[in-house]
Design a protein around this ligand. Structure first.
Ligand SMILES: NC(=O)C1=CN([C@@H]2O[C@H](COP(=O)(O)OP(=O)(O)OC[C@H]3O[C@@H](n4cnc5c(N)ncnc54)[C@H](OP(=O)(O)O)[C@@H]3O)[C@@H](O)[C@H]2O)C=CC1
Ligand SMILES: O=C(O)[C@@H]1CCC=N1
Length: 272
């Protein structure tokens, strides 16, 4: 077995990325090794064809030098978990952390001065190849490794990079957490549809398809969302009545700005 990618933590986000990589064929199952203490989640990873173990001690000894170790555990435990992989810090393996907040300097301190490290902020639509992945790499990551990682991540969706690590907290607040905001909007629109008299199933279908259709139109047309909004809004019509509620005193904009700011501050806190 030639393990290219080891994944520490195969919960919500780790599994989303792993399944994107395996389903797209970017990695063959035998090239992945998952370390996950939860037996159910281990079984789920094994079902994708990955080799699995319950802790770092189960990594096959000998010749296994993975190209990439993905750290996909909660920020609260990532320092301890990373310390368990110090032996791979000789420069041959690149580390990729997806943890919110945890700074590059923290990983450099734990893994030593030779380890190439990339911070990446993904999101869960990665599981169906529609994620947003943003990376920040330290200077030890070679161009060749950057290309390998970018190619791998491209199986999960769009990939962008930043050169200023401080922006990672804003990235986390927008695209990392962002799917939850949209899911909540779907919940709200579904509830509003039911309040307006629609049966539950119809309410759900209308809310979901409307968000899906609008996002797809915005992405595929390349048109400014403001222009697309105006195309829906007949003078003195129904949409104008609704937008007066959402846009009056910048209500929704204000709320979304506050939400993103709260997530950004929490990301900064998690890094302390
Ligand atoms: N969920 C999301 O949408 C996103 C999450 N992230 C980041 O991804 C990381 C993981 O989040 P998420 O997937 O939601 O969390 P989960 O709790 O779903 O997954 C983390 C998994 O890691 C396991 N774990 C704990 N200790 C170890 C260990 N020593 N070795 C290997 N695995 C271990 C946990 O097991 P157990 O529960 O038994 O402890 C759990 O199953 C976080 O740092 C988060 O900030 C980033 C972007 C988006
Ligand atoms: O909620 C969190 O902290 C993680 C990071 C971004 C999305 N989920």
């Amino acid at each position: 077995m030639t393990v290219k990618v080891m994944l520490a933590g195969c919960g919500n986000m780790g599994y989303a990325m792993l399944s994107g990589w395996l389903k797209s064929g970017k990695l063959r199952p035998g090239e992945t090794f998952v370390i996950e203490p939860n037996a159910e989640l281990r079984a789920r990873a094994k079902a994708l064809g990955s080799e699995v173990g319950s802790d770092a001690g189960e990594i096959p000894t000998g010749a296994v030098v993975p190209t990439l170790i993905v750290l996909a555990v909660k920020p609260q435990v990532i320092r301890d978990v990373t310390a368990g992989y110090q032996r791979f810090g000789d420069g041959r393996t690149t580390f990729l952390s997806i943890a919110a907040g945890t700074a590059m300097a923290t990983f450099e301190e734990i893994l030593g001065e030779r380890a190439p490290i990339i911070r990446c902020m993904p999101n869960t639509p990665a599981s169906i190849g529609k994620g947003m992945m943003v990376t920040f790499a330290n200077e030890r990551v070679s161009d060749e490794t950057l290309a390998f990682v970018a190619d791998l991540l491209s199986a999960s969706g769009e990939v962008a990079s930043i050169n200023d690590e401080r922006l990672m907290d804003a990235v986390t607040a927008v695209s990392g957490s962002g799917p939850a905001y949209i899911f909540h909007f779907i919940e709200c629109l579904t509830a509003a549809a039911e309040s307006a008299g629609l049966p539950a199933e119809t309410a759900k279908l209308l809310a979901m398809q409307t968000v899906y259709g609008a996002a797809s139109l915005a992405a595929e047309s390349g048109e400014n969302p403001g222009v697309l909004r105006q195309q829906v809004t007949s003078p003195n019509g129904t949409t104008a009545a609704a937008l007066a509620v959402l846009m009056g005193e910048d209500r929704l904009k204000q709320l979304v700005t506050e939400a993103v700011e709260a997530a950004k501050l929490r990301s900064i806190e998690l890094g302390r």
